[in-house]
Design a protein around this ligand. Structure first.
Ligand code: 2HA
Ligand code: ZN
Length: 311
């Protein structure tokens, strides 16, 4: 006989103790369902898979990297019954994002290891609600045991704001990681959109199709800082991906597949670029060169236009 069966059987016999058991059983059951319901949602499964894949790729060592997702109204409504009865108190943002006021974001926890996310979702990530004014956040689900959102929350929100605007609401995912070849390329080349975009486009022709707008770039900055957040947001106005010099890469996308695929493509192109340079003794004067006209034609072949200012 299961626990609840046993409890109702006792209740049937009119025993007060059984009422306590049923009450307790209901609370236990609600707690168990609360975790399941949110964790089983397709957006949460896709979130966790992206992070686990990033770990498997070697992009998210230790607590490196972070991810966030702007939930749809429907997703937030479906999850609400499982939110904490008492959310955390409001925490002010350094830079308000009124355009995102009232939105809910799933995001990784500060200091959490992506390696551990799949094994304990509510312990390594959670959901925050933004105030209607978009000037503060509070925890409504997850971040168990006193956890809090990623140290790069301000950078994520600043990017969500910009990407939501420039994609007319389509962009929902922001993912930051430390892919080694991209970081190595950021050491080798000047931290400018032109230098990095050209190197990546010319390393692998697919790049001109996947990110014809090129990649943005910010110089070496303090991780988790306000300056990094604002510089990234400025770059995100024109680029879906931003290289953080000597640090990592931030990508955005409408879906987890898009964001992950963008990072994968950039990282692979960076690897090819470095392999070719290393094999050639460090030069970039290869026998095969990719011309600007070919790059334009590649983008045009999928109905896209290359950012001419980067050629
Ligand atoms: O440690 O990657 O940028 C998390 C980070 C900060
Ligand atoms: Zn980082």
């Amino acid at each position: 006989m299961g626990f609840l069966d046993e409890a109702s059987d006792l209740l049937g016999k009119g025993m007060n103790a059984a009422k306590d058991m049923v009450t307790e059983g209901a609370v236990v059951a609600k707690g168990a369902v609360a975790g399941m319901a949110v964790e089983q949602r397709p957006f949460m499964k896709a979130f966790v898979r992206m992070c686990s894949d990033g770990w498997a790729q070697g992009w998210n060592e230790r607590n490196g990297g972070n991810a966030s997702y702007r939930m749809t109204v429907e997703e937030a409504t479906a999850c609400k019954p499982y939110f904490y009865d008492t959310p955390s108190s409001w925490v002010p943002l350094k830079t308000a994002v009124p355009q995102l006021g009232g939105a809910f974001f799933a995001c990784t926890a500060a200091g959490s290891f992506m390696r551990n996310l799949a094994g304990d979702v509510a312990g390594n990530m959670g959901i925050v609600e933004l105030s209607e004014a978009g000037d503060s956040w509070r925890v409504v689900w997850g971040f168990k045991d006193g956890g809090r959102p990623t140290s790069e929350l301000e950078a994520h929100l600043a990017c969500h704001r910009v990407r939501m605007e420039v994609t007319y609401g389509v962009s929902r995912v922001v993912y930051h990681a430390h892919p080694a070849h991209t970081v190595a390329l950021s050491l080798l080349l000047p931290a400018t959109p032109r230098a990095l975009s050209r190197a990546l486009w010319c390393a692998m022709t697919e790049c001109a199709m996947v990110f014809p707008e090129g990649v943005g770039a910010v110089d070496v900055m303090v991780p988790g800082g306000e300056a990094l957040a604002q510089a990234t947001a400025r770059e995100a106005e024109r680029h879906g991906a931003v290289v953080w010099a000597a640090h990592g890469l931030l990508v955005t996308g409408a879906t987890f597949d898009e964001a992950f695929g963008l990072m994968h493509t950039i990282e692979k192109a960076a690897q090819i670029c470095l392999l070719a340079r290393a094999a050639d003794g460090g030069s970039a004067r290869f026998d095969t060169q990719v011309s600007d006209d070919i790059l334009r034609a590649i983008a045009a072949s999928v109905g896209k236009t290359l950012d001419e200012s980067l050629l």
